[in-house]
Design a protein around this ligand. Structure first.
Ligand SMILES: Cc1cc2nc3c(=O)[nH]c(=O)nc-3n(C[C@H](O)[C@H](O)[C@H](O)COP(=O)(O)OP(=O)(O)OC[C@H]3O[C@@H](n4cnc5c(N)ncnc54)[C@H](O)[C@@H]3O)c2cc1C
Ligand SMILES: NC(=O)c1ccc[n+]([C@@H]2O[C@H](COP(=O)([O-])OP(=O)(O)OC[C@H]3O[C@@H](n4cnc5c(N)ncnc54)[C@H](OP(=O)(O)O)[C@@H]3O)[C@@H](O)[C@H]2O)c1
Length: 278
C-alpha cells in the first residue's frame, strides 16, 4: 500500500506534505503484535520515552491518528514503533498491512511523562510494563543517558503468553550482546540491565502479575535486590488504566510519590492505551 503523500526525510525528492514518513522495515511478532520503522523527520527532536501521533488517511481522506510511544532511542536515525493489532480498530486494522516503501502520517510533536527529567535522581530505575506498554522503555533502555543517571535498570514486563514477550526479550538480549555497551560500561553491563519477564496465562519459568511480584518481594528475592527504598528507587509505569492504578498503589505503599515533568518525584505513569483492552 502506498499513500499519495510525499515524504519529508532529507533524501526524499518531494517535500510538500510535512507529516508523511516512509516505512523502512516491518517485523511481525505475533498474530496481534508487530513493530515497524519509519524515516525520521530531520527536525524531530524528542526525549526517549515520549509519544507522538501517527496514522493513515481514512476512507474519507481525513487522517486516522493515534498516540504511539516512540520505541527507538533519541539517537537513532529512524523511528521505531511497536504496535498491537485491534481487529476492528480504525487505525491498526489498516496499519497492520504496511510494508517498506509505504508512507504513514507522523505529527512531529513529541510529548509524555515517561522521561528521565520527570524523576528525582536515584540508584535503581524500574520500568514496569504490560503488553505494548514496553514501547517507551524500548526507547529508554537503548538510551545511554539512562545508564549514566542510574546504576541499575530493572525491566519488568508482563504479558499473558510467552510469545507476547518476544519483542522485549530480543531487545534486551541485543543490548546485552552489544559490544559498544560492554565497551562503555564494562563486561558487567548485564548486571546493570536486569530483566524480569513474566506471563500470567501460560506456564513459563517466571510467572505472575507485576503488582503481586513487587508487593510480595518475589522479584527482589529472584534478582537479589535490596528492599524498595524511596530514597534510592525510581519507577516508570506503562500499561492499561487498571494496571497503572494498581501499580501506583503498590509503589505508594513503599512510600514513593508520583511526579511529573514540572515536579520530579519517585515515579511517573502513562497509559499504554485508552479503554479496557480489546
Ligand atoms: C500515550 C499513549 C501511547 C500509546 N502508545 C502505543 C504504542 O506504542 N503501541 C500501541 O500499539 N498502542 C499505543 N497506544 C494505543 C494507540 O493510541 C491506539 O489505541 C492503538 O493503536 C489502536 O488503535 P485503533 O484505531 O486500531 O483502535 P482504537 O479505537 O484506538 O482502540 C480500540 C480498543 O483497543 C484497545 N487497545 C488499543 N490499543 C491497545 C494496546 N496498545 N494494547 C491493548 N489494547 C489496546 C482499547 O480497548 C481500545 O479501546 C497508545 C495510547 C496512548 C494514550
Ligand atoms: N483472546 C485472547 O486470547 C487474547 C489474548 C491476548 C489479548 N487479548 C485481548 O487483548 C487485550 C489487550 O491484551 P493485553 O494482554 O495487552 O492487556 P491486558 O489484558 O492488560 O494484560 C496484560 C498483562 O497485564 C496483566 N494485568 C492486567 N491488569 C492488571 C492489573 N490491574 N494489575 C496487574 N497486572 C495486570 C495481565 O495479567 P492477567 O492475565 O492476570 O489479567 C496480563 O499479564 C486484552 O484486554 C484482551 O482482551 C485477548
Amino acid at each position: 500500500m502506498t499513500l499519495d503523500l510525499p515524504v519529508t526525510n532529507a533524501d526524499a525528492p518531494t517535500k510538500t506534505l510535512p507529516d508523511a514518513q516512509t516505512v523502512t522495515a516491518v517485523t511481525k511478532w505475533t498474530d496481534s503484535l508487530f513493530s515497524f520503522r519509519v524515516t525520521r523527520p530531520a527536525s524531530l527532536r524528542f526525549r526517549s520515552g515520549e509519544f507522538v501521533m501517527i496514522g493513515l488517511p481514512g476512507d474519507n481522506g481525513k487522517p486516522i491518528l493515534r498516540a504511539y510511544s516512540i520505541a527507538s532511542p533519541n539517537w537513532d536515525d529512524e523511528l521505531e514503533f511497536y504496535s498491537i493489532i485491534v481487529p476492528d480498530g480504525p487505525l491498526t486494522s489498516r496499519l497492520q498491512h504496511i510494508k517498506p516503501g509505504d508512507q504513514i502520517i507522523l505529527r512531529p510533536k513529541p510529548v509524555g511523562t515517561l522521561v528521565l527529567d520527570a524523576l528525582l535522581p536515584g540508584k535503581r530505575l524500574w520500568f514496569l510494563a504490560t503488553g505494548t506498554g514496553i514501547a517507551p522503555f524500548a526507547s529508554l533502555m537503548r538510551d545511554p543517558e539512562t545508564y549514566e543517571r542510574y546504576e541499575q535498570v530493572i525491566m519488568m514486563h508482563t504479558c499473558r503468553t510467552a510469545e507476547e514477550l518476544t519483542y522485549g526479550a530480543q531487545l534486551v538480549q541485543n543490548l546485552r550482546d552489544d559490544p559498544l555497551l560492554s565497551e562503555l560500561y564494562g563486561e558487567d553491563f548485564a548486571s546493570r540491565l536486569l530483566y524480569y519477564p513474566t506471563t500470567t496465562r501460560e506456564e513459563t519459568p517466571l510467572m505472575g502479575r507485576i503488582t503481586d511480584n513487587l508487593a510480595s518481594g518475589k522479584v527482589l528475592a529472584d534478582l537479589g535486590l535490596p528492599p524498595i527504598d524511596p530514597a534510592q528507587d525510581r519507577a516508570m509505569i506503562c500499561g492499561s488504566l487498571a494496571f497503572n492504578v494498581d501499580v501506583k498503589a503498590v509503589l505508594e505503599g513503599f512510600g514513593m510519590n508520583e511526579g511529573a515533568n514540572s515536579d520530579p518525584r519517585e515515579f511517573v505513569v502513562e497509559k499504554a492505551f485508552v479503554g479496557e483492552g480489546v
